[in-house]
Design a protein around this ligand. Structure first.
Ligand code: ASP
Ligand code: MG
Length: 427
């Protein structure tokens, strides 16, 4: 939601007589501004922070004046946001650590949900605002505590007065120690999915301003189309490999509880969007996506020949350096892996040298082809590889699942690769 008009549009969408929990993200740009504000505080630049805070506050004041029709609701909203902005300003007087930062980041969703609920009230739509900080919790490993979430959310819903619409904040939560925390950037989708799982919802809907997951990246390929139906596995691959519309973690709670997820577009509410469920269309390639910033590492060693335990030793090094591996290909004398995080690359390479000759290729891209591709059915892999006959391919991987073929190419060949695949598969 980027404006008063968009808030009004969203209210029209949700006011359809079905009982629901509405999870709201911050208004667009807000969380980025809060990150900036926290950054000024970290750097001990209070006046920089205060300037940003005032700027943001003015944006909100403008939205409020446009949003509400009555004096009463306007002044209620002004008071709530005034308190939140005063709270933001109060950090100029305190020591600034990660705790203060997380408290600041949580204000975007508190602003949007409060304003939204006041608007519903003004429109005479019965709704209840429930605080995510009362039931959304992560554990010591920063993983959602699903038992706690389900128990407390259900209790709160039972104790609240009956309403058609319950509003809550996406993204924000408390951690194991009870402090304010969050589910990482873009985490509102995750909140929605966790809530859907907790109450065993009939359906989870993610509303954005895109009409679903597209069958290729519209920034590089013309005439991409939304994919009408995806299996949970297909959607998870696409979400991880660059389809920005859905946060990758969001699929799991829905999949575990078998709750369909629908991706819909607030700008085009009648459009079908993408339905993600446990059904797939047999033998159909659905989409292509790409993930940038990949590094390939090859370890070649004649000692690997006929030896057991070689892969374990290699993987252990990545584990020690807390770096996860995305793609793997092996031969009898070597193994190639990819990582998307170069933070510990130098240390990893250094340690791997014990086992063989190490080669590093940076600026690579994983292009991933997603669909229902059971191995007994012939032709998928051939179609994909032959589409790329003119493009240098660094790694190819199929067989980890029936839903994905991954190809590693140079960043400079990304656009060509995406287009060649679109041409061969969808045209
Ligand atoms: N407001 C948060 C963010 O910008 C969460 C979200 O939008 O999903 O990352
Ligand atoms: Mg978002």
């Amino acid at each position: 939601m980027e404006s008063a008009t968009r808030i009004k549009d969203v209210v029209k969408l949700i006011n359809n007589g079905e009982q629901k929990i509405v999870v709201l993200s911050a208004m667009s740009g807000t969380t980025n501004s809060l990150v900036e504000i926290a950054d000024y505080f970290y750097k001990n630049n209070s006046s920089g922070a205060l300037e940003k805070i005032n700027l943001l506050e003015h944006k909100y004041i403008d939205v409020i004046h446009e949003l509400y029709a009555t004096e009463k609701q306007t002044s209620k909203a002004l008071e709530i946001i005034h308190n939140i902005f005063e709270y933001l300003r109060s950090f100029s007087k305190s020591v600034f650590t990660i705790f203060e930062e997380k408290a600041i980041l949580a204000q975007g969703e508190l602003l949007s949900t409060n304003m939204f609920q006041l608007y519903l009230e003004e429109q005479g739509i019965s709704s209840i605002l429930i605080s995510a900080l009362d039931f959304m919790r992560i554990d010591k490993n920063s993983e959602p505590d699903t038992a706690f979430i389900a128990e407390n959310l259900k209790r709160i819903l039972k104790e609240s007065p009956k309403a058609d619409i319950y509003i809550t904040q996406g993204y924000i939560c408390r951690n194991f120690y009870g402090e304010i925390d969050n589910l990482q950037r873009g985490g509102s989708d995750y909140t929605a999915s966790l809530i859907g799982a907790a109450i065993k919802a009939k359906e989870i809907q993610i509303w954005t301003d895109i009409d679903g997951m597209h069958n290729n990246d519209p920034r590089y390929v013309e005439n991409t189309k939304p994919v009408p139906m995806l299996h949970f596995e297909e959607a998870a691959e696409l979400a991880y490999f660059g389809a920005k519309i859905l946060h990758p973690t969001c699929i799991l709670p829905a999949k575990l509880n078998n709750i369909p997820v629908r991706l819909l577009n607030t700008m085009e509410p009648k459009a079908h969007g993408t339905l993600i469920s446990n059904k797939s269309i047999n033998g159909v390639i659905e989409a292509v996506a790409a993930k940038d910033g990949i590094t390939a590492i090859k370890i070649k060693s004649s000692r690997m020949l006929l030896a057991h335990g070689f892969l374990r030793k290699v993987f252990e090094i990545f584990e020690t350096h807390q770096t996860s591996i995305d793609m793997i290909t092996t031969s009898e004398v070597g193994v190639s892996v990819t990582i998307d995080n170069n933070r510990r690359l130098a240390e990893i390479v250094n340690d791997l040298k014990k086992f063989g000759t190490v080669t590093v290729d940076k600026d690579m891209v994983i292009v991933c082809v997603v669909g229902d591709m059971p191995y007994q059915q012939v032709g998928f892999q051939a179609k994909i590889v032959s589409a790329l006959k003119d493009i240098p391919i660094r790694m190819i991987s199929y067989g980890g699942s029936n839903y994905n073929v991954s190809i590693l190419v140079s960043a400079k060949d990304k656009k060509r690769t995406l287009n060649a695949l679109s041409e061969a598969i969808f045209n």
